[in-house]
Design a binder for this molecule. Structure first.
Ligand code: ZN
Length: 330
């Protein structure tokens, strides 16, 4: 007996990553699983499902179902299923009951105001199996609500779906969603959409070309203060097995609060499980900051700033020349 599944979870509960894993499991068994998502607007959006973890996979649009021969498929997977219409959910029911193909839907249960989405409503009503994918609020409780965040604040009014806006979404427990309280301070890894973090990274390293070199291969972390990006750090493995802190930036409005120190201490902790040393290359003005955190001078790279940057970088009235490397044993 084939079934219609609805696996729901709040933002960041790895629904898309789960969907991609299920498709992979089918492929591993020599079977075909069709990945679908609803098309949100008239523009020809990307036929791709992407997860915050950085995983992505090609997909087709639910709207294209009529033109797809399903007989070769052993399973249909639908991501972003909250955006399905009632008619589209009916179509999925037909695929399960009429063709005997299991359909697995992944989506949010409720919108930023706590109302069911249309797709979730009908999936809740008609699915054979309903499963919750859990994630946690910053307070540690189960996150069941999706808060819309704009300008660092939880907003409660507006359209259900905003296309191309500057809003972001955060999973919160019901209490913190109701109070509109975001994490006072948290450090999160950013795996997808790293380009949006470039402006602040440029404050610590004025060359976009240099940043691009390490941003892709490196791990980017953001320090969020009440939902606002207050600081960023990038770490990257070195060829000798040690790690290097390539960028550390705190936004001007948040300086003087110890956020830079918090980020470095967090990077030290993360690196300590996989390397023996953490290096950082910096300019003379920042040496005391790192020394205060237990780093010691390791070596100097002569002419680094003058050789690698098209424009002279001036710090405290002096043109930067050599890069000073410090290291901390982990
Ligand atoms: Zn909470």
């Amino acid at each position: 007996m084939s079934k219609l599944y609805f696996r729901y979870g709040a933002m960041g509960s790895s629904k898309t990553a789960n969907a991609i894993m299920v498709q992979y499991n089918y492929q591993e068994r020599g079977q075909n699983a069709l990945m679908l998502k609803p098309r949100l607007d008239d523009r020809d959006g990307a036929r791709i499902v992407g997860s915050r973890s950085g995983l992505s996979a090609p997909c087709r649009f639910v709207e294209e179902l009529d033109g797809i021969d399903l007989t070769a498929y052993d399973c249909v997977i639908v991501d972003e299923a909250q955006f399905l219409t009632k008619a589209q959910v009916e179509k999925l029911v037909e695929i399960v009951d009429g063709m005997g193909i299991p359909v697995i839907c992944y989506g949010l249960r409720a919108d930023f105001q706590g109302n069911l989405f249309e797709g979730s409503h009908w999936l809740m009503a008609w699915a054979d199996t309903i499963e919750e994918i859990k994630t946690v609020c910053w307070c540690g409780r189960k996150a069941t609500m999706n808060a819309r965040v704009a300008g660092g604040k939880v907003v409660k009014s507006g359209e259900q779906i905003v296309l191309g806006g500057n809003e972001s979404y955060v999973a919160l427990c019901r209490k913190h969603w109701a109070l509109g309280e975001l994490a006072p301070l948290e450090i999160r890894r950013i795996a997808a959409g790293k380009e949006a973090y470039m402006p602040l990274l440029l404050e610590a390293d004025p060359s976009e070309a240099m940043i691009s070199k390490y941003l892709d291969a490196g791990e980017l972390y953001a320090l969020l203060a009440n939902g606002q990006t207050a600081g960023e750090a990038v770490i990257i493995p070195r060829e000798d097995g040690s790690m290097e802190l390539k960028n550390l930036a705190v936004a001007e409005a948040y300086r003087g609060r110890g956020y830079g120190k918090k980020l470095v201490e967090h990077m030290v902790k993360l690196c300590s499980t996989r390397a023996d040393r953490l290096y950082v290359g910096t300019s003379p003005a920042n040496v005391p900051f790192y020394e205060g955190l237990g780093f010691e001078r390791a070596y100097t790279e002569k002419g680094f700033f003058t050789d690698n940057y098209p424009e002279p970088i001036i710090e405290n009235g002096i043109v930067l020349d050599d890069m000073i490397y410090l290291a901390k044993d982990l």
